[in-house]
Design a protein around this ligand. Structure first.
Ligand SMILES: [Zn+2]
Length: 270
């Protein structure tokens, strides 16, 4: 069974030239339903969360996650109360984290930590799954925050931190998601570094993600996912079926005792 732990159905940071059309988005949603791909749809700000909520009503396989990407922290500096309310209602939290280096607007920098802490408080209180974006050397700081809040279900999305920290993250029982974006166009030094880390991740902490589908390389999720299984399997010297089963088993472990994700549990046939 295919399970995608990180997909954006709407990306606020893409230009109109890069962003998929509404017709293509409908193809994605139909493909998810037809192929029964349990999909965790990430959001980057409140408007993209509202869109994601709307799309999730079109398929029982789409589960919306509420998050504000650190890039937009300055836009929510005086709305932390609203964020906390939305967290209370959310099924999962993401995409959230810390990222000064790639933030297009540096005005976000002083507001990233208070925003991140609002999400961590909610996760600690309700044991919510977190999809985490730590970039540009802030992976260590992010990890220390998780430990200080007693976070149990964390996923480092495309973990880019030091390989030396992986042992500590493993000991904490946190997960790592890698996928399509890490394999396309290999040869790019950043991607090489990420796939190098993928070799160090233990089987019981690896989950898969598609992340972004753009206009230029449009393919429906079932196609992207099967291609990704082959790429990850080749890289980890095993079969696509084995990677698919590993991902499914790890997702089941993350979901199984979560009262908010009962309908997902049924689809996952736990
Ligand atoms: Zn993402």
């Amino acid at each position: 069974m295919y399970v995608d732990t990180h997909l954006h159905l709407y990306e606020p940071w893409l230009s109109d030239e890069e962003r998929i059309t509404e017709a293509d988005r409908q193809k994605i949603i139909a493909d998810i339903t037809q192929n029964e791909i349990v999909t965790w749809a990430q959001s980057c700000d409140i408007p993209s969360f509202e869109k994601t909520l709307k799309y999730s009503k079109q398929s029982e396989y789409i589960f919306p996650s509420f998050g504000i990407l650190p890039w937009y922290a300055h836009e929510y500096a005086d709305k932390l109360g609203e964020i906390t309310t939305l967290c209370e209602e959310a099924l999962m939290l993401g995409e959230i984290g810390l990222d000064e280096k790639y933030a297009p607007n540096k005005a976000s920098v002083p507001h990233q930590r208070p925003l991140f802490q609002a999400f961590l408080e909610a996760s600690e209180k309700h044991n919510l799954i977190l999809n985490l974006h730590f970039r540009g050397g802030l992976e260590r700081e992010g990890f220390e925050y998780l430990k200080s809040y007693d976070i149990k279900k964390a996923i480092f999305h495309s973990y880019s931190g030091s390989p030396d920290m992986i042992k500590e993250i493993n000991d904490q029982g946190y997960y790592y998601s890698y996928g399509a974006a890490n394999f396309e166009g290999r040869g790019n030094p950043r991607r090489e570094r990420l796939t190098e880390r993928l070799q160090l991740i233990p089987d019981d902490l690896l989950v898969l993600e598609i992340d972004v589908i753009q206009k230029s390389n449009f393919q429906v999720p079932s196609k992207v996912f099967s291609k990704m299984l082959r790429a990850v399997a080749e890289f980890r010297k095993t079969t696509p079926e084995d990677i698919e089963a590993t991902n499914h088993k790890n997702v089941c472990r993350l979901v199984e005792d979560d009262p908010k994700l009962k309908s997902m549990e049924q689809l996952l046939r736990i």
